[in-house]
Design a binder for this molecule. Sequence first.
Ligand SMILES: [Zn+2]
Length: 229
Amino acid sequence: MLQSKKIFARSLILLAIAALSVAAARAVIAAEHAPTMPPAQALQLLLDGNQRFIAGKLEHPNQTPERRTEVAKGQHPFAAVLACSDSRTPPEIIFDRGLGDIFTVRVAGNVADKVVIESLDYSVKHLGVRVVMVLGHRRCGAVIAAVEGHEGTADQDVGPMLTELRPAVADSRNMPGDPVENAVRENVLLVMKNLEGSVELSAMVKAGDLKIVGGIYDLDTGKIEMLKE
Ligand SMILES: [Zn+2]
């Protein structure tokens, strides 16, 4: 009986500490920048823009000289997107948005090294972003190189980008289906997990103040397939 009371008390203390640290992380972030817009609304704005892009009914919002003047005073993007450098996947175009809307980080293979994570962190903490999308794409050249390299030269020094892609290639190696498609998907999921490794971001996700989502862009249709949260 005494033992169970002790365990109960200890659990209460642990819960209180956990609640405090979440509250502290939220307080720090809230003090730095208020949200530009709620996460669900921000995600919807991205997806609506993608629908317009798929249908060829672009509105080109926020691309006027007036908007340029407005955002020159300060930026308050509603979303952050980590995309591949591939010339066929520019977020501002495939989401039909304009100046000051999307905080974009692009790097071959949409991998997240420390600088990328720091950039995305910044957009959340200092600019009010409340949805972060990791966007892979079909037939990604970087992922193809990683898949091909992985099979022949596992221990070779292949440079930082392919090194970043290796865990996704290794995790998807025995999956049924197309190895490149699988590695593209696995890479997006791993990068999302990496981002959630940031203590503050993870606290915000748990509190419902931030969404970290993943998508795969189809080069042929323009459609973004959202991965399960
Ligand atoms: Zn790519």
